[in-house]
Ligand binder design. Sequence first.
Ligand SMILES: Nc1ncnc2c1ncn2[C@@H]1O[C@H](COP(=O)(O)OP(=O)(O)OP(=O)(O)O)[C@@H](O)[C@H]1O
Length: 317
Amino acid sequence: MIELNNLTRSFGDHKAVDNLNLKVETGEICALIGTSGCGKSTTLKMINRLIEPSSGTVLIDGEDIRNQPPEQLRRKIGYAIQGVGLFPHRSVYENIATVPRLLGWSSEQIDARVHELLDLLKMDFDSFAHRKPSRLSGGEQQRIGVARALAAKPDLMLMDEPFGALDPLTRERLQLELKQIQKLLGITIILVTHDIEEAIRLADRIAVMDGGKLLQQATPEELLRNPREGFVSNLVGGEERALRLLSLRSISDLMEPAECFELNAATPSIEASATLRDALARQIWQQSPVLRVTGENGDTCGAISMERLLSLGQRPE
Ligand SMILES: Nc1ncnc2c1ncn2[C@@H]1O[C@H](COP(=O)(O)OP(=O)(O)OP(=O)(O)O)[C@@H](O)[C@H]1O
């Protein structure tokens, strides 16, 4: 678990982070969200000691991070930032190998790890490993940035707008891949973003900051259902909240038995793993108030009605 206790950082008279208290459970993704300049990056950098706090403490699994030299701490924490920060003169292979080399891994261990990570990120070793970063697309560079941050098998990753500069489609794909990798490896991620959609899609908990202070910390669903008045409720949106709530759940959570409806060969279908938001979009697009729901093998496993979606997405009391 990561604990930030009364964390404050001033620059001159300005408190960039003001008495922040935050707990992040092991194996969770916590998104830090807020407008530009609210103190997100400063908070993140206090966790790997790129910035030292003016007061307060950071504990990782109960241990104060000041007990370790910064370099030693940083080798155990993955760090991926916007604009990636890859070393331009080193190949993809050498970029990924950076921290394992510093930790004294053998060349066989490093080689196996680079293969494993490129595989995990769906990049072919022979085509990519020996290229320089300038010969990669923006999305490929971001992937290598993530691979490099994961190289030494950290339990904790800090990510500062890692997908900031990407087009929406690539961004969404990388977000889904990151979530799968995070679940697979069981790592804890603290992710800075100013994009509420990204926070909702990725995070187990969202921490909303404004003016250096933490305003609210909650699961995406709690945040959408009960945002604090003012900044947080503006951030989560007005009527868009309905669609955002639908995007949090998969169809398998809410579908009904197929026998409850008169499905026929013309009834459009959708996979059970899609979100309720996808279901609503398909119902509108296909002009069909009911969809057949199919499992992985393509067999019918239920049905989802627009009536059911409307009841879930209604305005909270
Ligand atoms: N080294 C520094 N010296 C002086 N002021 C700083 C320094 N670093 C950050 N600040 C100030 O602290 C405040 C918080 O900055 P920070 O980078 O943490 O914000 P942020 O929420 O990450 O913003 P963004 O989304 O724009 O990256 C800002 O007002 C910034 O100008």
